[in-house]
Ligand binder design. Structure first.
Ligand code: GTP
Length: 367
């Protein structure tokens, strides 16, 4: 497998994850204290892939600064688009890194899964496919491209975001592909295109598109609900029975820690109650009497005394005063400052750098 390269699509704007994606690529969002891209590269490494190309544009420097030229055993290259070219254009742009390859994997960078790449390759060559798409069965396929399957996992059509009653199956495009180099002839250079919408239908109609049915853990973290779900499941798996406290984090007794929970390095917790399903980023400072559960805190968050955060996502360098309440599904943008005694009920998104002086009791966006 080591001879097959992987291309990771890493240049999306992540608009559905605003405001947290305003200043941070989706791939650097943490899951159980580790950026999503690290989970993706760990998966490649486990499959024996040792060379990957990242197709970037939006905030590419942040990805490069984080990863550099190598991640463990995986050598990294960057294919930078001057402007976003969509999934098809990004693949074409990366052609120069893939010359001479018979086939290569493509992964959406916002999918966390354990793709069985060897088996996909095996099936791909056996069926003489041009493209094999990993398919995942879901209850609600209405947000995805849904495959109509013919004989032996041949994909005969893709229906994009159908109504539930119109969905041809529950098997969706899971964002992992094996492509033959022939794919480049279907794509135009420096032209924005969607491989899913423009190329896959052509291949389906000529019988060259196959699906690989995948049944294990899979998350598309494009939406906050899925992002939190991914965090919960991976936290349970990685830190299910014992709180995971990174070296350099300081926890004062009698802090109550309820797993699954991770606390990253440089954080200090003073007699608070943390967990379950909670991850605290680096260099956080949490004061006494506060309770944080089912939440994700990015780096450098400060939480005052006797505050409660439940079911929320808190961006980097947010300041939360004393006796603050933040409720279910709230998303607080980077550098927001929340004064003492504020209650933010539920489903509120606050844009970066806002100062919150008054309580917010209705769902909405504070911009
Ligand atoms: P939304 O704006 O919330 O839809 O997110 P997104 O822009 O990331 O789009 P989407 O989730 O459909 O993208 C799927 C994958 O393709 C993600 O890994 C994106 O990073 C990647 N992607 C989307 N558009 C581009 C692009 O123009 N260039 C590159 N290089 N990658 C892209």
């Amino acid at each position: 497998m080591s001879q097959i390269k992987a291309l990771i699509l890493a240049g999306g704007f992540g608009t559905r994850l605003r405001p947290l994606s305003c200043y941070r690529p989706k791939l650097l969002f943490p899951i159980a204290g580790k950026p999503i891209i690290d989970w993706v590269l760990d998966g490649l490494s486990k499959n024996g892939i040792d060379e990957a190309i990242l197709a970037t544009n939006y905030l590419d420097d942040m990805i490069k600064d984080h990863l550099g030229k190598r991640y463990g055993k995986v050598r990294l290259h960057y294919s930078l688009e001057e402007k976003p070219l969509g999934t098809g254009g990004a693949i074409k742009e990366a052609e120069r890194f893939l010359r001479g390859e018979k086939f290569f994997f493509v992964l959406n960078g916002d999918i966390v899964s354990s793709p069985p790449l060897r088996q996909i390759l095996h099936q791909h060559t056996r069926k003489k496919a041009t493209v094999t798409i990993m398919l995942k069965k879901v209850e609600d396929p209405t947000h995805f491209g849904v495959a109509r399957l013919g004989k032996e996992t041949k994909i005969i059509q893709f229906v994009e975001k159908p109504r539930l009653e119109d969905a041809p199956s529950r098997w969706i495009n899971a964002g992992v592909y094996l492509l033959n180099s022939e794919i480049f002839s279907y794509l135009s250079p420096r032209t924005k295109s969607s491989i899913e919408k423009e190329v896959f239908p052509v291949l389906a109609s000529s019988g060259k598109l196959f699906g690989y049915k995948y049944a294990a853990e899979w998350f598309d973290i494009g939406r906050f609900s899925e992002y939190r779900k991914a965090n919960n499941v991976i936290l349970s798996r990685e830190a299910g029975s014992e709180p995971r406290i990174a070296p350099g984090a300081e926890v004062k007794i009698p802090t109550k820690l309820i797993p699954p929970l991770t606390i990253s390095g440089g954080s200090r917790v003073e007699q608070a109650t943390l967990g379950p399903y909670t991850s605290v980023g680096k260099k956080a400072l949490i004061h006494e009497g506060s309770r944080i559960s089912e939440s994700i805190l990015f780096d450098k968050v400060i939480v005052g005394k006797n505050s409660t955060i439940r079911g929320a996502i808190i961006g980097e360098s947010v300041f939360i005063g004393n006796n603050v309440r933040i409720g279910e599904n709230c998303v607080i943008g980077d550098h927001v400052f929340i004064h003492d005694n504020i209650a933010i009920k539920h489903d509120v998104r606050i844009c970066p750098y806002k100062e919150v002086h008054r309580s917010i009791d209705r769902p909405g966006i504070v911009s």
